[in-house]
Design a protein around this ligand. Structure first.
Ligand code: KIV
Ligand code: ZN
Length: 506
């Protein structure tokens, strides 16, 4: 069976949309999971866009063994030099060169004529080719461009050495039959197309990114660009898990395969959501919490008798854990370790010991510790690694009086720092007290609280974003006490901010 190359752009198009900066360790953690997932190509970033992104691409290039590592570049020599500098240590490096191809973008954004764009595309693909054999070219906004111009620019790019031709539906404008037809037309009208792989890159503005990508596969595309959970610019990109599971589930129709280890999908989804701070909607196909839940009595009856009556995918096939083991306060290290392995976590001895201690503490407060609790708790333990300031204790009074908070933090040298403040509410008071100690000007731009599981004893999970000097930082915290969870989330965001400043030597 022919193979469709899965090109994951979570760390480039996805990160672009996250409204937040992922640091290089976070990007590496996602990249490692993408490698476990078996993606063929990882677009690790856009190196010229920031020193942080450059470092992240470089780190990922050095650390990963299996996938092709790709860096994005506009069609100019400076971008391409930076892209090469960042990926050159990868085992299989790729440079991805793009330039606008629609009349509207060429005229109003690039201020260049079609002939100038053609010339740039051709010379810059050739420039990238001097560095590396594997060069991808994208005529941006191809689905709104003059098709004849797209044929010409693709032909030129292939003649200059492009080995992959990527057709982007940049603004999610195309319809499936139309987009599939466009790919067939490219096959017919680009004389050298047989020398390149056809790729597609679809956005989801009309909710059709996956449908358009699949139509393109039917028409001959053999690379699909996509992201975990479909994150990306605006309404996002085509979702990796939906594309892969469509191709896998309906092999009778598509007659192609992917190299994805589908059992790693759920873990990848959780990790990306956790690190980017983008929650997954409950009814999201494949990875939403309701994707394998049956509510109606008739459906439940059917599934009990024979799962296939209402399930087209076995949950285990995408790595959704089957919670046969209930963990509680009597569970030991062994049971906890096994559960972690089933959930896809491999922790160092040190991380494991910390996670186990946190599990025991939680189990004392909650009768049953669920998988979501464990995921939240492990994430919480991992978060503490980059701390400059650590939340030691807090005490809050609220209700009838004036909300007041007292906090104790451990400072960079382990010293204890205490302060107190009044606020409009308990969380405001806690944040003000923390600000009096940490003293980093910032503004809170987002604050969300949700419960990790059902029940009155559920853990609360808080997600916040703070902005400082135009950069947004995400913070998360989880605890059975939501004021403590809010304080942990704030400390997490502040610690990221401080780590970023430290890494810049500020
Ligand atoms: O959406 C788009 O056109 C892109 C290109 C850089 C491929 O992201
Ligand atoms: Zn895009």
């Amino acid at each position: 069976m022919e193979k469709v190359i899965i090109f994951d752009t979570t760390l480039r198009d996805g990160e672009q949309a996250a409204g937040t900066t992922l640091n290089k360790e976070e990007k590496l953690e996602i990249a490692r999971q993408l490698e476990k997932l078996g993606v063929d190509v990882i677009e690790a970033g856009f190196p010229v866009s920031s020193p942080g992104d450059f470092d992240a691409v470089k780190l990922i290039s050095r650390q990963l063994k299996e996938p092709v590592v790709c860096a994005l570049a506009r069609a100019n020599s400076k971008d391409i030099d930076k892209a090469w500098e960042a990926v050159k240590q990868a085992r299989s490096p790729r440079i991805h060169v793009f330039i606008s191809a629609s009349q509207i973008q060429m005229a109003h954004q690039l201020h260049k004529s079609p002939e100038e764009v053609l010339q740039l595309a051709s010379s810059m693909v050739a420039y990238a080719k001097r560095y590396v054999h594997d060069v991808e070219f994208s005529p941006m906004d191809a689905s709104r461009a003059d098709p004849v111009f797209v044929y010409r620019i693709c032909e030129q790019a292939i003649k200059s050495g492009a080995t992959t031709i990527n057709i982007p539906d940049t603004v999610g404008y195309a319809m499936p039959e139309e987009f599939g037809g466009f790919i067939s037309d490219i096959c017919e009208n680009v004389p050298s197309i047989g020398r390149a792989i056809i790729s597609v890159h679809c956005h989801n503005d009309l909710g059709l990114a996956v449908a358009n990508s699949l139509a393109a596969v039917n028409a001959g595309a053999r690379q699909v660009e996509c992201t975990i959970n479909g994150i990306g610019e605006r309404a996002g990109n085509a979702s990796l898990e939906e594309i892969v599971m469509s191709i896998t589930t309906r092999q009778d129709l598509y007659k192609v395969e992917t190299g994805i280890k589908t059992e790693q999908i759920y873990r990848a989804s959780r990790l990306v959501s956790e690190i980017t701070g983008f929650p997954v909607q409950p009814n999201k196909a494949i990875v939403g919490v309701n994707a394998f839940r049956h509510q109606s009595g008739i459906h439940q009856d059917g599934v009990i008798k024979m799962p296939k009556t209402y399930e087209i995918i076995e949950p285990q096939k995408v790595g959704v854990p089957s919670s046969s083991l209930v963990l509680g306060k009597l569970s030991g290290r062994h049971a906890f370790k096994e559960r972690l392995a089933e959930l896809g976590f491999t922790l160092s001895e040190e991380d494991f010991s910390r996670a186990f201690a946190a599990f025991k503490e939680l189990a004392d407060k909650k009768r049953i510790v669920t998988d979501r609790d464990i995921e939240s708790l492990v994430a919480e333990e991992k978060r503490t690694i980059v701390e400059v300031y650590h939340l030691d204790r807090l005490q809050v009074t609220c209700g009838a009086g004036i909300p007041t908070a007292a906090v104790v933090l451990s400072g960079p040298e382990g010293e204890k720092l205490a302060d107190a403040a009044l606020g409009t509410g308990p969380v405001d008071a806690v944040y003000k007290a923390i600000n009096r100690i940490v003293k980093v000007p910032n503004s809170l731009t987002e604050f969300t609280v949700k419960s990790v599981t059902e029940g009155i004893d559920a853990m609360g999970e808080v997600l916040i974003r703070v902005e400082s000097e135009g950069i947004s930082y995400t913070g998360r915290g989880a605890d059975t006490d939501i004021i403590t969870a809010s304080a942990k989330a704030y400390m997490n965001a502040l610690n990221r901010l401080l780590a970023e400043r430290n890494s810049k030597g500020e």
